[in-house]
Design a protein around this ligand. Structure first.
Ligand code: SF4
Length: 250
């Protein structure tokens, strides 16, 4: 459970206690600046019920608001040279409360043109893989290590990945999914902080990123070129499904 969840739960318990003890209004705490402007006025009390409602309604908005703020920062970002060749930034899309996040390498031509991740043939294959897992594409969150297209369909280099990593980390911490599934070498190396890792030797292993299970598998563009790799990839996705099920059942 995140620190924010702990704080929210604690606040809710305090408000419930207040109501149980017959307290219907809370004193409003003013900042010094407001007090200077209205020194003679006593601030209006806040109804406990209204505070409870505000707390409840604000919870689901928090990850979505965080993701929207990140997307706005990405749109203006010039931290690395990839900004000069982009048509659109591609921050990611999907459910802000997703239990599963897929992280790819970087936008290709289709993604750059549309501003959406996994938009071309590899994206079509990923959508089918997600459907085979019993999920809709809209139920997961899709993003990449770098949010701008590397030229000539090359992989992002280490400095580009490092420059963009704070955006990805903030996205993952805002969503806090049950499972992260990395696709290809770049997200595996970048999130695990080890440039020597390779997907061929690492797939099939269960990793952890900041307390969240991370399952590495092949990128769908690799699967389009190497059909036999689909079988081990499906084995990896079955592990992802098992982790999701264990979390639901538990
Ligand atoms: S790839 Fe990332 S770090 Fe580089 S310019 Fe785009 S958003 Fe900024």
């Amino acid at each position: 459970m995140s620190e924010r969840d702990d704080i929210t739960r604690g606040l809710r318990q305090l408000l419930e206690l207040d109501r149980a003890f017959g307290i219907e209004f809370l004193p409003r705490v003013e900042t010094p600046a407001v007090s200077v402007r209205r020194p003679a006025e006593s601030p209006a009390p806040v109804p406990v019920a209204a505070a409870q409602e505000a707390l409840a309604s604000s919870e689901p908005l928090l990850p979505a608001a965080a993701l929207a703020a990140i997307a706005r920062e990405v749109a203006a970002c010039k931290r690395c040279g990839l900004c000069s060749g982009r048509t659109n930034t591609v921050p990611g899309e999907g459910d802000a409360a997703a239990r599963l996040v897929f992280v790819g390498e970087g936008p290709g031509a289709d993604e750059d043109a549309q501003g959406r991740p996994f938009a071309g043939p590899a994206g079509d294959l990923l959508t089918k893989m997600i459907a085979a897992m019993g999920l809709a594409r809209e139920q997961v969150f899709l993003t990449n290590v770098v949010k701008c297209r590397p030229p000539d369909e090359r992989q992002p280099d280490a400095s580009e990945a490092a420059a963009c990593l704070p955006f990805l980390e903030r996205q993952l911490l805002a969503i806090r999914p049950t499972v992260i599934c990395t696709l290809g070498n770049t997200p595996l190396r970048t999130l695990m902080g080890d440039p020597k890792l390779g997907i061929i030797s690492m797939r099939g292993k269960r990793l952890v990123w900041k307390g969240i299970p991370l399952i590495p598998t092949f990128h769908p563009s690799y699967l389009l070129r190497n059909t036999p790799a689909k079988k081990p990839c499906w084995e990896d996705l079955k592990v992802v499904m098992q982790l999701l099920k264990e979390h639901t059942d538990g």
